[in-house]
Write a protein that binds this ligand. Sequence first.
Ligand SMILES: NC(=O)c1ccc[n+]([C@@H]2O[C@H](COP(=O)([O-])OP(=O)(O)OC[C@H]3O[C@@H](n4cnc5c(N)ncnc54)[C@H](OP(=O)(O)O)[C@@H]3O)[C@@H](O)[C@H]2O)c1
Length: 304
Amino acid sequence: MIAVIGATGFIGTHLTRALTASGRTVRALVRDAGRAPARLTDPAGQTDGRLDVVVGDMHDPATLATLLTGARATYVLVQTVTSPQAAGTGDFAEAERRALARIVAAAHAAGVSRLLTVGLIGASRHAPNAWVRARADNDAFLLDSGLEVTVLRPGLVAGVGSVGFDRLLAAAGRTLTAVHGRGHQRWSYIAVDDLVGYLVDALDEVATYRRAFDVGSAEAPTYRELLSRTAAVLGRPTPLVIPVPLPLLRTLAPLVERRRRLPRGGIRSALDHLADDLAGDPTAIRTVLPRPLLTWEAAVRRAT
Ligand SMILES: NC(=O)c1ccc[n+]([C@@H]2O[C@H](COP(=O)([O-])OP(=O)(O)OC[C@H]3O[C@@H](n4cnc5c(N)ncnc54)[C@H](OP(=O)(O)O)[C@@H]3O)[C@@H](O)[C@H]2O)c1
């Protein structure tokens, strides 16, 4: 049985469906029981494996014990930047660090030695951006946890339901579009099906244990190039771009965080990061888990 933490999220939903479709039994952690079956069941109804659901919060040790007892591996696919958190979990980085520490402790206690997660391409502990540093800190913490950990680190994940991809798709369908920063930031990308393919294939691949891999395209087109290529797939002219100064959006971030009960600081850092490059070196994974990756155009076509 495989546990999935973050099963109702964008990547978690795709992964849970892929695991059950391949005949595996999945135990999914969900916070809202009402949303779980609709999101996690294969839309085509083709499910060979079984899906159990544990309702609860990743900050609750008893929930984690229930989730992980009897599991042979767990996926951790959570973020606290746009996911509301219970009061007292601290800012977004503290909330994630505490949750990961509880997950690692629960995994050790339940005898679950295998953990797979998704990070951020090129993330460094010395990055100027707090959100990027938090991704790198999480990777380092997990890799040092004594568990058999694999971290896959994508840039922009292409698929409907991914916030960055949905915005780009919507922008490509307009005549005029606002762009955070100037639109010259370079983004490596990966189709969600390819990311999920790597996550499933890595499960029992010992060569991925205790390692982090950048995954995705070797090319890192600029945001404007991605916009223009997306518009071409949609059969539309490239939209005219209006750069929006980030400082304006930054000042609104604390308001959004308060209104949506989000931990402090995450939205602002994630917004700042929108103007940064998303690039790394995805060559190592290709020898360990070779697979042909979808091009940007094919990923857009698959999503539309
Ligand atoms: N999407 C991308 O383009 C992308 C790119 C690079 C890296 N990543 C990384 O991949 C990971 C997953 O991303 P995603 O886009 O799939 O995220 P997402 O759609 O926002 O999903 C986040 C998941 O975390 C769960 N969660 C948050 N707080 C929780 C808590 N206290 N207890 C239990 N569950 C909790 C959410 O549950 P609820 O449904 O109950 O809110 C949801 O299932 C993140 O670490 C993210 O940084 C994503």
